[in-house]
Design a protein around this ligand. Structure first.
Ligand SMILES: Nc1ncnc2c1ncn2[C@@H]1O[C@H](COP(=O)(O)OP(=O)(O)OP(=O)(O)O)[C@@H](O)[C@H]1O
Length: 927
């Protein structure tokens, strides 16, 4: 045999891989003659090739420019020129991407020797030698020579049914599931195992299951949309194996697509594998078979199983699931419709060998004829002949798509080992070799699955209807709820409105009633006013009458009153006459009284003159004493202190008392009497005190009393006792003691003036004040004690006692002032004192001027003397002029009843330059 022309076989493991990797027609690289170009999509594919005898050289490992596929240049190590190499498995996809080219794949399967061959051919070697690793088959010409053939697969007698399925049919089944038509066909001499390979059911032994069962099993794994037709071509008639009544089916051909169909054939939708097997069993039962020499169960027809497969595929970006039913622009799902045709050809036979006769012979002829037609077509296709005699046989017509059509075709040629059938085996091998040259154009059968879409849409519609109904129900429920709620609210609103209306009505009614009432009242008032207006004249008349009546009554009463008054006037006139007489009488009595009072006043004046005379005499006596005569008895002063007006009686009683006191003094003793001053019995104390006071009136006792501590005791009584009688008598006793100059100094040194001033301040009794004033007045007559007296508050105390208007007190105050003024006058005359009188400085001048003309002559006489003494000191002149004392001096010089005082006043006025100047200014002359 001449070696085949150089070719570049291309191995592809799977059309999908092929399709996915190659997007454009492949331009193979021009390679070396000896080289084989293997386009490997995946390493796995390459390994599948089992190219053990190739040494792979990674001579060229660069990317193929269009497909991005690695190309590997593989050098053949020992490629024999005698090998009938396989044509390359080329696949070409058209520009639309829907079709690809694919060569018919051919595998050769060697049946094991059967029992007959085992016995009769025992001494002979098999006519074939298989090299499965090299996918080669050697057909012996003789003992030393053989022809080598290369196939796509070489399956030895030991190849399992599973292996055969996977090598021969599985790729086709996968293509069918991808939407291509596929053909698996068995061709071979009768009795070589075609039916065994394809149609074995494997009831007892599942491992023996043939391609039909396994293929459908795989298809069921991918889709459950399977429909099956099963026919046989027998003697150029087509019979329905699933419905034998259909024994003359017609072949229909789509003028546009050229698809071959059998419209009359049963198309059974198969749900599961078991159903399919039953269908196969049914078909098998109807298949023509006969017992020949070569095969006890020789099939006398070509059996064709057509499996229609539909498989929905997801379109990119689209989801065909029910979830996408909301997509209004949803495209119909794409369904791929593949058709798997499994062709169990009747076996070619040599009539002479098979021993066919009669009808069987006819059958054999028909079989051979149809197989011959098939061979011719394949030859034509293998040689790219322009004419392919497809129409020569129904078989070729039925298999038009499988060879040179759109199907992916895998052919398994079955051969026996017997050298006796070497010629048939050779013929079969050559058939296979030619078939390997046939190129098909695989075309994917995809279409939109409108039915599925319609179903889905129906489901969607139903779902939407259900959803709508649910929504409708929900809406209705909601409407019902809202309606109920609204009714409830309306009811509440109505009730509320009715309540409010009722309230308003009641309020309005109430208001109306009140308004009506007010209006009625107003109306009544208006009526009353109206009536009043009508009745007013009468009322005024009545009122006027009333007034008139009242006026009349008043006038009458007034007249009565006038009458009474007139009567009273008469009465009063009468009484006046009587009264006048009485008045005259009373006036006479009053005149008498006045006369008597004047008489008494004259007497009083006389007595006062006498007293003043006595006082004057006393002063004179003092002067004499001062001039050396100390024999003057001071008891008279004491008597005048106690009761000047009763002096005569005092003198008498004093004599008596003096006698008894002297007697008491002698008998009891001074010390004892003084101790009684501290007796608890107040009567004892007061009597003792009175005794001391009487004793103190005697000049002879005074020294004794002082020596015995009497003065101290008396002064102490002023502070220790709160009894005013004690104060009065003690003050009187101190006054008596104060007649002695020595005692005066002692009193002064023992703070007697302060104690007397304190007693004067607290006393209210005029007699107490008179005693205190008398004591201070005595002290005022001491020239040495002037300043000390004033310093101990003697002057102030003296002047303060004028608050008691009792004349006895005032007389003692006036005496004290006169004594003090006389001492100052003397000191001034002697030049010892300068400046203003302390009396004037202590404010005594006002009281002096005011009382200078006092009615009580003792007071008046002492003040007149005091004014004369003050006037003798020129330093007092200014104050005396401004204080009104000058006028009193003028008066004294003119009007004083005592001539001595008048003379003294005149002398004083005339001797004072200031007074002279003032008198001149006033154009006055002293008396
Ligand atoms: N590979 C095999 N292993 C074992 N037995 C086999 C094998 N192939 C075939 N046989 C047996 O060989 C006999 C014939 O096989 P089969 O009927 O399948 O041949 P065939 O090619 O279909 O014949 P025909 O064309 O006459 O119908 C059967 O008894 C079958 O069991």
């Amino acid at each position: 045999m001449t070696p085949p022309p150089p070719r570049y076989p291309v191995f592809l493991s799977h059309p999908n891989i092929f399709a996915s990797k190659f997007n454009s027609p492949i331009d193979l690289f021009p390679l070396q003659h000896q080289c084989v170009c293997v386009l490997v999509c995946e390493e796995e594919v390459f390994l599948k090739l089992n190219c053990y005898d190739f040494v792979i050289k990674m001579a060229n490992n660069h990317n193929y420019k269009n497909g991005g596929v690695k190309t590997k240049s593989i050098a053949s190590s020992s490629y024999s020129s005698g090998i009938k190499s396989k044509p390359p498995v080329t696949s070409r996809r058209n520009s639309t991407g829907s079709t690809v080219s694919g060569r018919v794949r051919v595998a050769v399967r060697l049946r094991p020797r059967n029992s007959e061959e085992l016995s009769s051919d025992v001494d002979f070697a098999d006519c074939v030698e298989l090299q499965p690793e090299l996918k080669r088959l050697k057909l012996r010409r003789n003992n030393w020579d053989s022809d080598t053939f290369e196939f796509d697969e070489v399956l030895t007698e030991f190849a399992s049914q599973k292996r055969v399925y996977e090598v021969v049919a599985k790729p086709v089944v996968e293509s069918v599931l991808d939407g291509y038509n596929g053909t698996v066909m068995a061709y071979g001499q009768t009795g070589t195992g075609k039916t065994y390979t394809l149609g074995k059911l494997g009831d007892e032994d599942t491992s023996a299951r043939g391609i039909m069962v396994r293929a459908v099993e795989d298809i069921f794994a991918e889709t459950d949309s399977i429909s099956v037709s099963y026919i046989q071509l027998y003697m150029e008639t087509i019979q329905d194996l699933l419905d034998p009544a259909n024994d003359n089916l017609c072949i229909a051909e789509d003028p546009k697509s050229g698809d071959i169909t059998l419209p009359g054939a049963s198309l059974i939708e198969v749900r599961d594998q078991q159903s399919f097997v039953e269908l196969l069993r049914l078909g098998e039962a109807h298949r023509f078979a006969t017992n020949t020499k070569l095969n006890t169960e020789s099939s006398r027809s070509h059996a064709i199983l057509m499996v229609h497969v539909k498989k929905s595929v997801s379109v990119s970006g689209e989801n065909v699931s029910s979830k996408s039913h909301t997509n209004r622009t949803m495209k119909p799902p794409v369904v791929r419709k593949g058709k798997l045709i499994v062709v169990d050809l009747a076996g070619s036979e040599r009539i002479d060998k098979s021993g066919s006769e009669g009808h069987t012979l006819e059958e054999a002829k028909s079989i051979n004829l149809s197989l011959s037609a098939l061979g011719k077509c394949i030859n034509a296709l293998a040689e790219n002949s322009s004419h392919v005699p497809v129409r020569d046989s129904k078989l070729t017509r039925l298999l038009r798509d499988s060879f040179g059509g759109t199907a992916r075709t895998s052919l398994v040629i079955t051969i026996g080992p017997s050298p006796r059938h070497r010629g048939e085996t050779s013929s079969t091998i050559m058939f296979g070799q030619r078939a390997m040259k046939v190129e098909n154009m695989l075309k994917i059968k995809e279409e939109f699955d409108y039915k599925s879409l319609a179903r889905k849409l129906d489901l969607q519609v139903e779902s939407l209807i259900a959803q709508h109904e649910r929504q409708q129900k929900a809406y209705q429920d909601e409407i019902e709820r809202i309606s109920l709620e609204a009714k409830k609210q309306i009811s509440q609103a109505e009730k509320s409105f009715a309540d409010t209306l009722e309230k308003e009505r009641l309020k309005y009614q109430r208001d109306c009633m009140e308004s009506i009432k007010k209006l009625e009242e107003q109306l009544a008032a208006n009526k009353f006013k109206e009536e009043s207006l009508h009745n007013r004249p009468n009322e005024e008349l009545i009122e006027a009458k009333k007034l008139l009546h009242n006026e009349t009554l008043l006038r009458k009463a007034a007249e009565d009153k006038v009458k009474n008054l007139q009567n009273q006037v008469v009465q009063w006139k009468r009484s006046e006459v009587a009264g006048n007489a009485e008045i005259l009488k009373l006036r006479k009595m009053l005149e008498d009284e006045v006369n008597q009072r004047e008489k008494r006043e004259e007497e009083i004046s006389e007595l006062q003159n006498q007293l003043l005379q006595l006082s004057f005499d006393a002063d004179e006596t003092r002067k004499q004493l001062e001039s050396g005569d100390h024999s003057v008895d001071m008891s008279g002063d004491m008597g005048s202190l106690i009761s000047p007006v009763r002096q005569p009686q005092m003198k008498y009683s004093g004599e008596q008392e003096k006698g008894s006191v002297a007697k008491l003094f002698e008998q009891v003793g001074l010390q004892k009497i003084l101790s009684l001053l501290e007796a608890e019995d107040p009567d004892v104390r007061i009597h003792a005190l009175k005794v001391i006071a009487n004793l103190a009136a005697e000049a002879t006792n005074q020294e004794k009393i002082v020596e015995a501590g009497g003065l101290t005791s008396l002064l102490a009584l002023l502070t220790s006792s709160e009894d005013e009688n004690i104060h009065r008598v003690a003050a009187g006793a101190i006054a008596n003691l104060a007649m002695n100059e020595t005692n005066q100094e002692l009193i002064m040194s023992q703070g007697g003036v302060s104690l007397l001033a304190m007693t004067a301040q607290n006393a209210d009794d005029p007699q107490t004040l008179r005693m205190v004033a008398g004591a201070i007045a005595n002290l005022c007559g001491n020239d040495k004690l002037q300043l000390m007296l004033r310093a101990q508050g003697g002057i102030k105390a003296l002047l303060s006692m004028v608050r008691c208007r009792h004349p006895d007190v005032l007389a003692q105050v006036a005496r004290g002032i006169a004594n003090f003024a006389k001492c100052e006058s003397r000191a001034s005359t002697q030049g010892i004192k300068n400046g203003k009188s302390l009396l004037i400085e202590d404010g005594a001048l006002v009281w002096i001027v005011k009382n200078a003309n006092n009615e009580a002559s003792p007071i008046r006489r002492h003040i007149e003397l005091a004014l004369c003494h003050l006037a003798q000191h020129e330093g007092n002149a200014r104050d005396m002029i401004t204080g009104g004392a000058l006028w009193e001096l003028v008066r004294i010089s003119r009007d004083c009843s005592s001539e001595d005082i008048r003379i003294l006043a005149r002398r004083t006025l005339s001797s004072s330059p200031s007074f002279q100047v003032e008198l001149k200014r006033l154009r006055l002359n002293a008396g």
